[in-house]
Structures are given as structure tokens and as C-alpha cells.
Design a protein. Structure first.
Ligand SMILES: Cc1cc2nc3c(=O)[nH]c(=O)nc-3n(C[C@H](O)[C@H](O)[C@H](O)COP(=O)(O)OP(=O)(O)OC[C@H]3O[C@@H](n4cnc5c(N)ncnc54)[C@H](O)[C@@H]3O)c2cc1C
Ligand SMILES: NC(=O)c1ccc[n+]([C@@H]2O[C@H](COP(=O)([O-])OP(=O)(O)OC[C@H]3O[C@@H](n4cnc5c(N)ncnc54)[C@H](OP(=O)(O)O)[C@@H]3O)[C@@H](O)[C@H]2O)c1
Length: 493
């Protein structure tokens, strides 16, 4: 394949994926060699790098503090009434793009009145809540060029080997500050469109929010290449359930998606239904079970990665049910596939995952497409979860799923820097397409396509992940069954 010659790069999203990409690009020399782990390049290959971040600060999921402001609990009723609320483009639509952007620039944007609904439907709040600690050992929730801080390796810490979310956030904040990454980040800036123009450049349409003045500033800007690092735990997956939209109308305030969970007090003495059977499910159950009046869990299949979750969901304090078949929206009765039914729920939490979603991208520009949108979708058209097969000037960082996700992010970002600097080349398009087909056969045409396991016998330090899994299970039972006070698992100020 011909070598690429990229000079300007836009990064969409400044979470860990965007930050790792920015760091790699700033450390890439003109000749494609790298200064990673040392100073930024003094003879850089990439002349202009801009990271666009829709929130008011960088850090992605880990930028939740200090307010923990939640998103809407559930999409607005008119969107539920479409009965297509399981389609991410319905609940996360493109805003109306104002006219007159042809000559609008970052310096001279077009100003329009704030569109409050567009802001709400960005779903940009983080799913992190005040009591949360990480679920992957601290060694692995950092990039390899950052410190493995000795204070976090103390086995006497109750949450060892994990971090309080404030510690994880602090780690990223220190990285951003030390590397002066904000010099290249534009906050409050949502990329609403990315299209390929006839001159081979990417034209980005950006909405910059000025919430204090209730204004929006729109402009366009061209780049040679774009990295999509918008995360995939932002847009809630609300599964389609017969009767759910009408139930929400008749019983307002009951339904909630997991990313809005903030505090166990809301569930005190309540009858609660928790839908789902994965990590968020047990994570929330451990706080809700000790305070609620009654807790029912409705789940679909088993958890294939962390088997302890399957036992954890049928343990003390939880009444297990099958999938929800339908809801009677008048009586509020829920009918389950196992033939049973229940009603009178005060609170329902959908721990049903999230969508991959790229509303700003046309499938024609880059060939990247989400297949079967749900919590189990696959992103089609990517080589090693990273390069668009159709157009190598489009890359994604953060699509892979793994307990080692900081490292899959780092690997993708390094690969992109290598190829875009011209130091490395990609195989032919045909070979990349073939890789995708082989991978589908080896894994599946769904989320498991993107899954990378940590279970490699020849990597001794990966046993730490298993140690983490065991400790996570112990913490779960301790918190849920009341033998470990929650106060011992939160950061003491
Ligand atoms: C509740 C919860 C707990 C988690 N706990 C762990 C854990 O313990 N350990 C672990 O390793 N991982 C954990 N994760 C996974 C977590 O997502 C990753 O750690 C990491 O944040 C992924 O980084 P990212 O950059 O890919 O995505 P994100 O962190 O989601 O960052 C994406 C960024 O892109 C921005 N963005 C999106 N669209 C646009 C746009 N159009 N324009 C501009 N900006 C945009 C978003 O605002 C966001 O800041 C957790 C996830 C959740 C939801
Ligand atoms: N640090 C922490 O402690 C922490 C806490 C929470 C989350 N996280 C992270 O956040 C990420 C997302 O995890 P997640 O648990 O929110 O999402 P997830 O892993 O995608 O799980 C979604 C769950 O919802 C279920 N589901 C989907 N549709 C359903 C339906 N119609 N009926 C019943 N069940 C349905 C799925 O079942 P199927 O399996 O059958 O599809 C699955 O069990 C993970 O990376 C996780 O590690 C971390």
C-alpha cells in the first residue's frame, strides 16, 4: 500500500482513547521514530493536532467529578413512543446543522441559540458514581509509559488491587497536566459531522457550546486524517420491550438506565427490578440489595467472561427471573419468559449496556458501520479494530473490548502514529478485508469480534487480572451481604 503523508489530525473525543492518541502523535518524529516515554518530539511529523471534546473537560468516563451530574434517566417520552428507542440514531440524533457554515471558521463561527434538547441527547454524562471503584487492577488502568504508583500496590488496601474512581481520575489529570495536553484540546466542542471532500481531506462540522450565554458556535475545519475515540459506554442501550414506552408514560420516574445510578439512598425500602446480567448489574446490586425492600433481577444469557457473576446473580437477597416478555402498561405488571409475573416496582434499573455509535459519520465516507445496534453490536469495516479498510485516513481508537482496555487503546494509538507517519504500511485492502472475514469466523459477527482476552499462559503478570477477579467477587459479597461496610470501600477524605 502507498505510504500516507499526514500532517493534520483531528481526534474526536478526549477520553483515554483520545488522550493516548494525542500523546502518541506529539511523540512522533518527522522520520516516524517515536519519543514515547520521553519528551515530546522536537521535530514532529504532525504539524496540527486538535482533540475535540464535547464535555467541559478531558478524561472521558473518568471526568465525572465533582458534580456527577446525570443524563436523562430515560429517553424523552416522544422518542420512546416511536417504539424505535433501541436504535441509537433515534435517541442520539444529529442536531439540525445551521446554514451559512461555508465561510465559518474556528475564529469566526456562526452563532445560534442553544438547542437544549441536542445537549441532553448527547448523553455525555459519565456512568461513574460517588461509590465506584475500578474493576481492573491498577497496573492495567494506565498506559505503559505512566507510573505504576507504589502506593496503589499496598495489599492492605481494602479495595486492592483496584482504585477509587478519584484516584483513577487523578492519574489521568496528572498525565494531561504533565504533558500539557490541553494545549491541543478544545472542550465543549462536539463534532457533529465528518465528511470526506473531493480534495481528499476530512471536513469536520463542530458545535461549540457556550452554556453560560445559551449560545452555540458552529464552524467547519479541514484535516488530513481523523481518529474516532468517542468511547462506547455513553449512549444507553434501551432494549425494545413490549409495553415499555406506555409504562413509562403511566409510571413516570420508575425507569432508569444504569449510567444514571448515583446513590443507594434512592433505593432505600423500595421494590427494585434490575434488568441485565453483566458487570454493571452486580456493581449496582452490591449497593442496592443492602437497602432495598425487595430486589428482583431479570437476565438473559450467562456472563461468558466473568463466570462468578452468574452465581452472584442468584445469591442471597436477589430473586432471579428470566427475560421480560412484556409489560402491561396499565397495571404495571411485568411478565417474564419463565412464566412468572411481578408488579409494584418503585424503581427499575436497566443495566443493559451501551451502543457503539458514530452519528457524525456517513457509511460512504470510510465504510465504517455499526452492525445490528444493541449492547452486542460489531463495528464493521475495521482492520484490527483500528484502521478503516476503505480509507486509511480514518482510524478508531478504543473499539476493542478487553480487561486490558488501556493497553488495547495504547496499541491502537501507536499503530496509527506508525502508519500515519509513513514509517509503517498497512497490508493491501484485500488482505485487510480477508482478515475481517477470518476474524468473524474465529469469533462472531457481534461484539465478541472485538474481544481480546487476558488469558494467555505465557504472560505471567496477567495472573494479576485473575487475582483482581477473585477480589472483585469477595468485595461484591461483602458489600451485598453487609459484612463489609460501604464506608470502607470509598475514599476517606
Ligand atoms: C461505569 C463504568 C465503569 C468503568 N470502569 C472501568 C474500570 O474499572 N477499568 C477499566 O479499565 N475500564 C472501565 N470502564 C471502561 C471505560 O470506558 C474505559 O476505562 C475508558 O474510559 C475508555 O476510554 P475511551 O476514550 O475509549 O472512551 P470514553 O472514556 O467514553 O471517552 C470518550 C470521549 O469522547 C467524547 N465524545 C463522544 N462523542 C463526541 C463527539 N461527537 N465530539 C466530541 N467528543 C465526543 C465523550 O464526551 C468522552 O469524553 C468503565 C466504564 C463504565 C461505563
Ligand atoms: N469499575 C466498575 O466497577 C464498573 C462498573 C460498571 C461497569 N463497568 C464497565 O462498564 C462496561 C459496560 O458494562 P455493562 O455491564 O454496563 O454492559 P454490558 O457488559 O454490555 O452488559 C449489558 C447486559 O445487559 C443485558 N441485556 C441487554 N439487553 C437485554 C434485554 N433485552 N433483556 C435482558 N438483558 C439484556 C446483556 O445480556 P446479554 O449478555 O445476554 O447480551 C448484559 O448482561 C464494562 O466495560 C464494564 O467493565 C465497570
Amino acid at each position: 500500500m502507498t505510504k500516507l503523508d499526514i500532517e493534520s489530525i483531528a481526534i474526536i473525543g478526549a477520553g483515554p482513547g483520545g488522550l493516548a492518541s494525542l500523546y502518541e502523535f506529539l511523540h512522533t518524529n518527522q522520520d516516524g521514530t517515536s519519543t514515547v516515554g520521553e519528551h515530546q518530539s522536537t521535530n514532529p511529523k504532525f504539524k496540527k493536532i486538535v482533540a475535540f471534546e464535547q464535555k467541559d473537560k478531558a478524561g472521558g468516563i473518568w471526568s465525572a467529578q465533582p458534580t456527577f451530574e446525570p443524563d436523562l434517566a430515560i429517553p424523552p417520552q416522544d422518542l420512546l413512543d416511536t417504539e424505535k428507542y433501541n436504535d441509537p440514531s433515534v435517541i442520539h440524533p444529529l442536531p439540525k446543522i445551521p446554514t451559512g457554515l461555508e465561510h465559518a471558521t474556528f475564529e469566526k463561527p456562526v452563532e445560534v441559540k442553544e438547542d437544549k434538547l441536542s445537549n441532553e441527547l448527547e448523553w455525555k454524562a459519565s456512568g461513574i458514581f460517588p461509590d465506584l471503584f475500578t474493576n481492573i487492577p491498577s497496573r492495567f488502568t494506565r498506559f505503559s509509559y505512566l507510573d505504576n504508583e507504589p502506593e496503589y500496590l499496598d495489599e492492605k488496601r481494602i479495595i486492592y488491587p483496584f482504585l477509587h474512581h478519584q484516584e483513577q481520575t487523578g492519574r489521568l489529570e496528572k498525565f494531561i497536566k504533565n504533558e500539557k495536553l490541553y494545549d491541543h484540546i478544545r472542550v465543549n466542542s462536539t463534532v457533529e459531522q465528518a465528511t470526506k471532500t473531493s480534495d481528499g481531506k476530512w471536513l469536520l462540522t463542530v458545535r461549540q457550546k457556550d452554556t453560560t450565554n445559551h449560545k452555540e458556535h458552529w464552524y467547519t475545519e479541514k484535516f488530513d486524517a481523523i481518529v474516532i475515540s468517542n468511547g462506547h459506554y455513553t449512549v444507553p442501550n434501551i432494549p425494545h420491550i413490549d409495553g415499555l414506552a406506555q409504562f413509562n408514560k403511566n409510571f413516570p420516574g420508575v425507569l432508569n438506565h444504569t449510567k444514571n445510578y448515583r446513590n443507594q439512598d434512592e433505593y432505600k425500602d423500595k421494590k427494585v427490578l434490575i434488568v441485565g446480567g453483566s458487570i454493571s448489574t452486580v456493581n449496582i446490586l452490591q449497593y442496592v440489595v443492602p437497602v432495598a425492600k425487595q430486589v428482583i433481577n431479570s437476565k438473559r444469557g450467562p456472563h461468558y467472561v466473568f463466570e462468578w457473576i452468574n452465581d452472584g446473580l442468584v445469591s442471597k437477597g436477589i430473586e432471579p427471573k428470566g427475560t421480560i416478555k412484556k409489560i402491561d402498561p396499565v397495571s404495571g405488571e411485568f411478565f417474564f419468559e419463565d412464566g412468572s409475573s411481578e408488579q409494584g416496582f418503585d424503581k427499575i434499573i436497566l443495566t443493559t449496556g451501551y451502543h457503539y455509535h458514530y452519528p457524525f459519520l456517513n457509511h460512504e465516507d470510510g465504510g465504517v458501520k455499526v452492525i445490528n445496534p444493541s449492547n452486542l453490536s460489531r463495528v464493521g469495516g475495521l482492520y484490527y479494530d483500528t484502521f478503516s479498510v476503505e480509507d486509511p485516513t480514518l482510524a478508531t481508537v478504543g473499539v476493542a473490548v478487553s480487561p486490558l482496555n488501556f493497553h488495547t487503546i495504547e496499541a491502537s494509538a501507536a499503530a496509527v502514529a506508525g502508519v500515519w507517519s509513513g514509517k509503517k504500511t498497512l497490508p493491501t485492502k484485500q488482505e485487510q478485508l480477508q482478515w475481517e472475514q477470518v476474524q468473524i469466523k474465529k469469533t462472531a459477527d457481534n461484539l465478541f469480534f472485538h474481544y481480546y482476552t487476558h488469558k494467555k499462559k505465557d504472560e505471567p503478570h496477567l495472573v494479576e487480572i485473575e487475582l483482581g477477579v477473585n477480589n472483585l467477587e469477595k468485595l461484591y459479597y461483602g458489600l451485598k451481604d453487609g459484612t463489609l461496610p460501604k464506608s470502607k470501600t470509598v475514599l476517606q477524605s
